[in-house]
Design a protein around this ligand. Structure first.
Ligand code: ATP
Ligand code: MG
Length: 634
């Protein structure tokens, strides 16, 4: 991997020259004076003095060369809708939407909260905010009132753009009860609310003086053009809250210039997508993956992006591959959670369509276990690239970088540090660098590269304390994840630093045990947590979903299966890691972004109050855990 190693080395050793070169991938209205201002560590300012605009880079600048090319393709298997917008049409629509938002008094520096399902208007609204220099804060449409209210109070938006509802598996999820309640709960609710009426809520009513109908407002501004607001590079483009897997969500603030450059470079080097091609990212605009790789990244690159509203297995498990075939998708991005959903389906669906156009499938968001990684790559016959990043960074930290060099993928590993990241594995005790195969904290030596969060919205102190306060004598950014590097330089993520289980003085990552459990052929999914134990300090408990529940039909069958799983762990990791029990459940509690909520499982297993439940996807999953641990004899 000589070529990539050199590329990475240059990005660190000649940081400013490297990024000045990447900055040429986007348009600047005014050139920057300095590549980097790092006079106030750990706050980094990139492309100081430069003026640019994300909407210009995503839309306007493509009009000349590719105005007639599709920019946005919307596919909803929930409603059956399918529609495309060329760059020219997208430009017109974004101008209308910007005029709408401007008419409500939200301009440069004002916040606009976008609480919307996966419909094109959500993309128009994001780009319209960028055009105006307004700061968008997209809140995932599945969040209920309390979560929405907390984000309203933190971001203090002047305007909220929402819809009457979303759809999931054909079932409407009405938004009005949620935003009404959130507005009631919020201390500083938005003054204006724009509602997209999809005809899902027969009782939809607009509150006079506050609410406006999207279509009506659009019609009033149909022919307006709104000039681009040229922002200084460091001015915020958006706020996005982290998933809340480990606690209270943090308002990640992103800049403008660094963000544009980082995404443009990542599209070229990591995703290896070319202008004129199509990218399909199966996430949601409410998550960072949706921000970076449904909306901004592909459009900045001059690619067509697909906005998909629907499930991965409806009408059947072939739907994504049908979309890939029909749209000649070359780059696809999904999640390990989705991979595990597909793994439970008939693999024939993966071969039903001609996916010859697809070059790479990228997965991120959660640990990708080796068996699932291998299974997916073999079934698809395409490189499946695990890559690791965070809401905070906005683009990958660890990845294979095929646009620079096609390095071999090792199953279960997100490969190497991405260019721009001075990544270190540091020992928790003394911040010393760990050797090969030694588990340590994944850390980044600042300055963080362009595109990473610049601060916590409204709370510089929390930014410094939270992210740079892990080690006493060394100001480095902590990812709060454990990692390990093998002798070939490949990295592995071993779980979160607060998910460690301490068994009789041995510190075990939940991920390690989960991987071992997963090696048993009948396990579809598993969560391992540590529960307090008077003798050993903590004991691992496993909660597993099986592929074939028939084997658990009798008590003997269940015991045999539990023993087989425990034996698998013994063989892989040794008896020290052996879970005290394996509880079989039908569903595991997850965040709405599909991440395992180990802290909730742990609280229930220890008989504690699980606390804040607003981020949970399916509350019924908690009942399963309660039932399982309640049945435990000791
Ligand atoms: P919060 O910070 O509020 O607790 P969160 O960490 O779940 O929420 P995100 O920023 O959405 O919020 O998730 C980033 C985390 O997801 C990473 O720190 C890591 O734990 C996990 N993750 C992401 N990609 C991968 C991957 N490829 N392999 C392993 N873990 C991953
Ligand atoms: Mg996090």
């Amino acid at each position: 991997m000589g070529a990539y190693r050199d590329f990475h080395a240059r990005s660190i050793e000649q940081r400013e020259a490297f990024w000045a070169e990447q900055a040429e991938l986007v348009d600047w209205h005014r050139p920057f004076d300095r590549v980097l201002d790092y006079s106030r560590p750990p706050f980094a300012k990139w492309f100081v003095g430069g003026r640019t605009n994300l909407c210009h880079n995503a839309v306007d600048r493509h009009l000349a060369a590719r105005g007639g090319q599709k920019a946005l393709v919307y596919i909803s298997t929930e409603t059956g809708a399918e529609r495309a917008w060329t760059f020219r049409e997208l430009h017109a629509e974004v101008n209308r939407c910007a005029a709408m938002i401007r008419s409500l008094g939200a301009g440069h520096g004002e916040r606009v909260l976008i609480y919307m399902p996966m419909i094109p208007e959500a993309v128009f609204a994001m780009l319209a905010c960028a055009r105006l220099g307004a700061i968008h804060s997209v809140v995932f449409g599945g969040f209920a009132a309390a979560s929405l209210a907390a984000r309203i109070d933190d971001a203090r938006p002047r305007v909220m753009i929402t819809a009457d509802g979303g759809l999931r598996g054909g079932r409407p999820i009405l938004y009005r009860p949620m935003y009404e309640e959130a507005i009631r709960l919020a201390k500083a609710p938005p003054q204006k609310v724009v509602v997209c009426n999809r005809g899902l809520d027969p009782e939809l009513s607009l509150v006079g003086g506050r609410d406006l109908d999207y279509e009506t407002l659009r019609a009033a501004h149909a022919s307006e053009a709104v000039p681009v607001e040229w922002l200084e590079s460091s001015e915020p483009s958006y706020i996005l809250y982290t998933s809340g897997t480990t606690g209270r969500p943090k308002g990640v603030q992103r800049d403008t210039g660094g963000h544009a450059v980082a995404l443009a470079a990542s599209m070229k080097y990591i995703y290896a997508g070319n202008p004129g091609e199509t990218m399909f990212t199966t996430s949601d605009i409410g998550w960072v993956v949706g921000h970076s790789y449904i909306v901004y990244g592909p459009l900045i690159r001059g690619m067509t992006t697909i906005l998909y509203e629907g499930l991965p297995i409806r009408p059947d498990a072939g739907i994504w591959w049908k979309i890939v075939a029909e749209n000649r998708v070359s780059v696809m991005f999904s999640s390990p959670t989705a991979a595990r959903v597909l793994k439970k389906q008939d693999p024939a669906f993966l071969r039903k369509y001609d996916i010859g156009s697809l070059r790479h499938l990228f997965l991120a968001g959660e640990p990708l276990d080796e068996p699932t990684h291998r299974w997916f790559a073999e079934q698809l016959g395409k490189p499946v690239i695990d890559h690791y990043w965070q809401t905070e960074t906005g683009w990958p930290i660890l990845s294979s970088v095929p646009g620079v060099e096609a390095t071999r993928v090792k199953f279960g590993s997100p490969s190497f540090p991405v260019y721009g990241y001075d990544l270190k594995l540091l020992r928790e005790a003394d911040a010393g660098e760990a050797g090969p195969d030694e588990k340590a904290v994944v850390a980044i030596v600042p300055p963080l590269p362009p595109g990473c969060m610049t601060t916590v919205w409204g709370d510089d102190e929390r930014f410094v304390k939270t992210y740079f306060g892990t080690f006493r004598d060394r100001q480095v950014y902590s990812t709060f994840d454990w990692g390990i590097r093998d002798r070939d330089g490949y990295h592995y993520i071993l779980g979160r630093t607060d998910d460690v289980i301490n068994v009789a003085g041995h510190r075990l990552g939940t991920r390690e045990i989960e991987e071992a459990v997963q090696a048993h052929a009948n396990i579809a999914e598993v969560a391992v947590v540590g529960v307090a134990d008077a003798v050993k300090g903590q004991l691992p408990l496993a909660f597993a979903v099986v592929k074939d529940p028939a084997r658990l039909a009798t008590e003997e069958g269940r015991l045999a299966e539990e023993k087989a799983v425990l034996d698998t762990v013994d063989r892989q990791l040794g008896a020290i890691a052996r879970p005290a029990r394996v509880h079989f459940v039908n569903v595991l509690p997850k965040t709405r972004s599909g991440k395992l909520l180990r802290r909730l499982i742990q609280a229930l297993a220890e008989g504690r109050d699980p606390g804040d439940l607003t981020t949970i996807e399916d509350p019924a999953a908690l009942e399963q855990i309660r039932g399982a641990v309640g049945g435990k004899p000791d």
